[in-house]
Ligand binder design. Structure first.
Ligand code: HEM
Length: 154
């Protein structure tokens, strides 16, 4: 069984990328909802609708996708550790990837806390704030994908 799992690099990589796409979709769509949610009156019908959309997006897609991206990412680390030696974790490209993972995870939790604030009837940040920060996960994803595909400094 161990030998079989260690031999599934391409399957693990494919499943990992699928989970990453879903995770990024949630991290990019949620702040867009916050942009327009920020304009609504607390307690209004539109406010309630945004709360439902945000809760479903976070709990139904973004949270599970992050967990699955981690599980398949860990599987890939395990395969790579056996195939290339654990030293690959300290390569510049993988360290860049790890910094990106820490950022994406931190931003995910930040968005989760903002969702709870909206549900309490607060407006945690301005519409302008959500517009300006909306692309941050995408910029980080560009850096992460180029790091792991070019394997610079290998
Ligand atoms: C959640 C934690 C994550 C872990 C532990 C992780 C770990 C890994 C590892 C070990 C590999 C294989 C590297 C190789 O052998 O070439 C990999 C591949 C990949 N990762 Fe992640 N990753 C994570 C999140 C992400 C995120 C957030 C993105 C994009 C935004 C991403 C994009 C990719 C891509 C595109 C590949 C395939 C690279 C290739 O085919 O050469 N990963 N990941």
């Amino acid at each position: 069984m161990i030998a079989f799992l260690l031999g599934q690099y391409d399957l693990a990589r494919g499943l990992h990328i699928i989970a990453v796409i879903a995770w990024m979709a949630g991290l990019l769509y949620l702040p867009r909802l916050y942009v327009y949610h920020s304009r609504t009156a607390v307690g209004s019908e539109t406010d309630q609708t945004f709360q439902v959309m945000e809760r479903r997006l976070l709990r139904g897609i973004t949270n599970p996708a992050m967990i699955v991206a981690y599980v398949f990412g860990a599987w890939l680390i395990w395969i790579d550790g056996h195939a290339r030696g654990w030293g690959f974790l300290l390569k510049p490209w993988m360290l860049t990837k790890i910094v990106g993972i820490v950022f994406q995870t931190g931003w995910h939790h930040f968005l989760g806390r903002a969702r709870k604030a909206f549900a309490r009837g607060e407006r945690p940040h301005s519409e302008r704030f959500w517009r300006l920060t909306n692309e941050l996960p995408f910029v980080a994803a560009i850096v992460m994908v180029l790091a792991v595909t070019t394997e610079f400094g290998n």
